[in-house]
Design a protein around this ligand. Structure first.
Ligand code: ATP
Ligand code: MG
Length: 372
């Protein structure tokens, strides 16, 4: 897919903006705090209806404004689609080709993006929660049904935890109530675990190949799902369900003592290995960054596999961290297949010769000049 046109109204530091001269590779150049990330963020928000930087939509509205609008025309395999997302402090509304969508989940996926920003290093370095959010965001983008199970699971988890917190000294009725919650928790839990394992298995295939390319063949990247019960490779729902229920009965006393749910997808994690060593523990800063980048780039291929179309790629502040060889490898990996938006503080930090044909946009204080 390909973004033909983008307009913003009262979005962060943009009052009104309309751009329509995008190329296959777009360089967004500007000094600090001018609006480069805001521009990429707007595309991200249009794809997922929420920001990669904040959970609070209110922060996206220009200071003093009660609403913001992000609109784009996206050229897809079967024709152009017009997307419009209107954000207010009360909520958001989405339109596809002028038609308001009853559910945001019907809108998510009309535009697909893969974003790589400096904070994505945390996928490798950070806490398990960061990695779970990575999985949830990425799977949710291509399989909206996943988000339904995730929401249900989280609701049930809160209620089950509340029950466990009040459970001190409770009698046999507690066991009956717990069993009811267990069934519901496991029902949605195994769907989440299964999708995550499938995602990791498919991502592994591409990430390994891409990582080898970027590092010139020197590093072998492996991914592994770390479940809170059962084996990493098990994907059969019936087996997972049985294992989940057994584990819940095993940890029951401990859960009552601690007042929380101790197994399930909310306690799972993912590990990354470079040449057999865990990247989070042994990887250098550069290896960790390359690992995070390979994961994101692998996702591009995965989305293509899943929906038959390439997403757009948003690279925030990452090019200047790579040497010219890696910049070139990165750009050439997706040459002419993937429309790319790249931010940088100066054109001089971009060395790859391939980038000389890029469309260049200069951003200053919420105003944009240039284009193809
Ligand atoms: P850097 O190179 O430092 O990453 P940038 O060009 O990516 O800079 P952005 O993150 O896009 O900068 O933000 C630019 C400006 O947007 C900042 O000055 C910030 O104060 C402003 N800004 C952020 N949120 C809002 C908002 N809701 N309303 C108005 N301005 C905002
Ligand atoms: Mg920025």
């Amino acid at each position: 897919m390909y973004v033909n046109q983008l307009s913003l109204q009262h979005y962060r530091n943009y009052d009104t903006l309309s751009l329509n001269s995008f190329g296959a590779v777009n360089l967004i150049i500007g000094r600090n705090a001018q609006g480069k990330t805001n521009l990429l963020e707007a595309l991200f928000v249009l794809a997922l209806t929420k920001s990669h930087r904040t959970g609070k939509d209110k922060e996206l509205l220009s200071f003093g404004s009660d609403h913001a609008v992000v609109e784009a025309e996206v050229e897809k395999k079967y024709g152009a689609v017009r997307l419009e997302l209107r954000l207010t402090s009360q909520g958001k509304k989405a339109k596809l080709n002028g038609l308001e969508q009853r559910k945001l989940s019907d809108f998510i996926g009309a535009l697909n993006v893969v974003m790589f920003a400096p904070e994505d290093l945390e996928i490798v370095k950070g806490t398990p929660g960061v990695r779970r959010r990575f999985l949830d965001m990425e799977i949710g983008q291509v399989q909206p049904g996943y988000l339904y199970h995730l929401q249900q699971y989280q609701k049930i988890l809160v209620q089950r935890n509340n029950l466990l917190k009040q459970a001190w000294g409770a009698g046999p009725e507690l066991s009956t109530m717990l069993e009811i919650w267990n069934e519901q928790l496991a029902e949605h839990g195994v769907k989440i675990i299964k999708k995550r394992k499938q995602f990791i298995r498919k991502l592994q295939k591409w990430a390994e190949q891409i990582h080898e390319g970027i590092t010139g063949g020197g590093e072998k990247l492996k991914l592994s799902y770390l479940p809170s019960f059962g084996e990493a490779e098990e994907e059969d729902e019936a087996v997972l369900l049985q294992q989940f229920m057994i584990k819940l009965s095993q940890v029951k006393d401990q859960e009552i003592r601690r007042g929380m749910t101790l197994c399930g997808p909310h306690r799972d994690d993912v590990s990354f290995y470079i040449n057999g060593n865990e990247a989070q523990v042994y990887g250098s800063q550069g290896q960790q960054r390359t690992t995070a980048l390979s994961l994101k780039l692998a996702e591009i291929e995965l989305i293509h596999e899943e929906i038959g179309e390439y997403p757009i790629l948003l690279l925030d502040d990452v090019l200047s961290e790579l040497d010219p060889y890696r910049q070139t490898q990165l750009i050439e990996t997706f040459q002419s297949k993937v429309q790319t938006f790249i931010t940088a503080t100066g054109i001089e930090s971009i060395n790859a010769s391939r980038l000389r044909d890029a469309s260049i946009f200069h951003v200053q204080d919420g105003q944009v000049q240039g284009g193809a």
